[in-house]
Design a protein around this ligand. Sequence first.
Ligand SMILES: [Mg+2]
Length: 446
Amino acid sequence: MSLYALVDCNNFYASCERVFAPHLIGQPVVVLSNNDGCVIARSDEAKAVGIPMGAPLHDYHAMMKKHGVAIFSSNYALYGDMSARVMRSFHHFTPDVEIYSIDEAFLGLSGFDETTLPDHMRRMRRAIRQWTGIPVSVGIAPTKTLAKLANRIAKKYTSDGVYMMTDHDLMPRILGDIEVEDIWGISKRWGARLRQLGIGTALQLQQASPRQIRQSLSVVGERIVHELNGHPCLTIEEVQPKQTIMSSRSFGKMVSDLQSLEEAVASYTARAAEKLRQQNSRAGGIYVFIRTNRFRQNDPQYSNAAMVGFDDATSDTASLIRAAMGAIRHIYRAGYRYHKAGVMLTDLTAQDGGQMSLLNPDPTPDETRQSQDKRMAVLDRINTKMGQGTLFHATEGITLKGHKGGNIYGRRIHDPRIQGTERWRMRSQFKSPAYTTRWNELAQVK
Ligand SMILES: [Mg+2]
């Protein structure tokens, strides 16, 4: 039987802040979006005092003060690095790790003894807590869809943060309590369609006819039914996390030089940006990761990730690529054979409803943004019509036919603004130091 675990960091951004401010453990903590606009992460205690997700700071500032809530500006250098540490830790417990979002990963657990697996995962959870300071929850099940649900149960109802959902007697009761919209991959829109068919719970969807679901929700919907019945058939590319767009791939052959990595990352970024515009969103941040092949035990191993936040959320391919290039150069180390790279667009907001920063001293002017939008619309239209990659950014690299592997163009963008992190400095009144990535901001012991 196949088995997967979905590991999710609890209240990730808030937990990262607490690692370096342990006096805040047990206290309400919130993290704000770029430019301190609204709440994007809350500790359990902050949820309990009634601060909603997305709460605008200016509306809730007084209330937060009253409840003694600790407020942090977003610190993407810290979150990106902490994420890389957590993701690296998984490899000590299974070779099969699939990063799903900045704070979630699926672990493949085929071949593990089912009876000792929960203990193995408890040990992993304790180790991650000890190594990184981040608390995680683990849901184990025969499919990724069920592992997602098991994770919710682990988080809500267990004291040790681990739940294995293979007990078939209990399964109907558990699934009967879960709304269809809470299933991985079921959007609000799909939920509404299912409810019209009289399907409101995970149990009802599990028992539905796959063919009927295929007719109203496409083949992905049908696969979700199979997954709920314990048959793995969904890939994570088919189900995007709501707040993330991911584009990553294993390389056909190992890559060692920075230029090839830059080109790979630029083209993943371009693809992710296209998806972003298709769903009319903008991204508030971009996360870039690279890693060597863990199965080649004689190769030196390295993996790392970095994250860049934007002053104003963007869907402009050029801006996203520029940020990704800054990130890849920051984490690249020579002397390793890289096997995989990827980018993740995070903190998505709606194209129109996106927050513009009123306080930003150097905002993207509306005209700039409009002309970027127009440019991107043209790019997407041409690529849709003429085939993907007809028009692309030079950084993605060009390989000429008959000029095997020769990149004739697409060296780095020489833009002084992308050196260091100055380019992305933003309004951040409550920002914690980059404890883990800058020597002069290390945590101090008094
Ligand atoms: Mg989480």
